[in-house]
Design a protein around this ligand. Structure first.
Ligand code: ADP
Length: 286
């Protein structure tokens, strides 16, 4: 098992939470948060009491994805009360940071949030600790952790401090993303966290006009060599090789991005629309 450094607190369960599922990716921008929030909403839609904890201290995106803002209230034990939208409880560093002052520019546009997050290690550790141990989730069946990308300090801290019951790894079909995703799989293995499976995001582009499916991020797009096909390389092959479950494909779809930007994730935005392939793809992963 993973070596435990001296003086570190023992792993403990997150209070009031039955199962913790971490959603991770090796690289930023592969759609980890988008998958995490749609996964959590899919579970909540099934009547499973679900929360999502945004542990990306330097780039929290859950507030935008769930269209939530404002400072969380404290309960009688000084624990943070989660903010809720679409039946999903959430907590994020984004709720705790002071908001940048919103002064419109000469065109009347409001600035993007420019709050500087240049913290030192100790503050990061303290903030992480508060997010992990001082949130009053109420009873939850599942807490989804949106991990920061990569395999750095925050991931280690989380895995050393709390019991993570399973990990979902999000990748794109690209060589570099996949290679690092496999490395991320190794990290969870070392830390005795069961890997629940891999999700292939942006797997193909379905043309909204003609319906043709194009594999934009094909791992083999720059090479015509037939030794490099999906049979011996690619997400499915890597899953087979390492005994990882393949959880499914999510299409690259402008609507997924629009839904995320307006704070109404696809699973909610297209609720009840069984013809929506992108919504079905997210539901299938849950
Ligand atoms: P990460 O958490 O890995 O950094 P995000 O979930 O923030 O990635 O996604 C990065 C960008 O890609 C966002 O603008 C998001 O809306 C967009 N995106 C993610 N998945 C898809 C998809 N399947 N189709 C279209 N856009 C997507």
């Amino acid at each position: 098992s993973f070596p435990r450094r001296r003086g570190l607190p023992e792993k403990r369960k997150i209070r009031d939470v039955n199962k913790v599922i971490a959603v991770s990716s090796a690289k930023g921008g592969v759609g980890k948060s988008t998958v995490a929030v749609n996964l959590a909403l899919s579970l909540a839609r099934r009547g499973i009491r679900t929360g999502i904890l945004d542990t990306d201290i330097f780039g929290p995106s859950i507030p935008t994805l769930l269209n939530l803002s404002g400072e969380p209230r404290l309960d009688e034990n000084n624990c943070l009360l989660p903010l809720t939208n679409y039946g999903l409880k959430s907590m994020s560093m984004g709720y705790l940071l002071p908001q940048a002052e919103a002064t419109p520019d000469s065109f009347g546009n409001l600035p993007m949030d420019t709050t500087p997050i240049s913290w030192r290690g100790l503050m990061v550790t303290k903030a992480m600790h508060q997010l992990l141990h001082s949130v009053s989730w109420g009873p939850l069946d599942v807490l989804v952790l949106d991990l920061p990308p990569g395999t750095g300090d925050v991931q280690l801290t989380i895995n050393q401090e709390v019991v993570v019951d399973g990990a979902v790894i999000v990748t794109t079909p690209q060589d570099i993303a996949l290679r690092d995703a496999v490395r991320g799989y190794g990290m969870f293995r070392k830390m005795d966290v069961p890997v629940l499976g891999m999700v292939r995001n942006m797997a193909y582009f379905a043309c909204p006009n003609c319906g043709h499916e194009t594999k934009i991020f094909s791992h083999n797009s720059s090479s015509s060599s037939s030794t490099h096909d999906e049979n011996d390389w690619g997400v499915l092959a890597e899953c087979r090789r390492h005994g990882i479950d393949f959880l499914g494909d999510i299409p690259l779809d402008a609507r997924v991005c629009e839904d995320a930007d307006r704070g109404m994730p696809t699973v909610v935005a297209e609720e009840g629309d069984d013809s929506s392939a992108r919504r079905r793809a997210f539901l299938a992963i849950a």
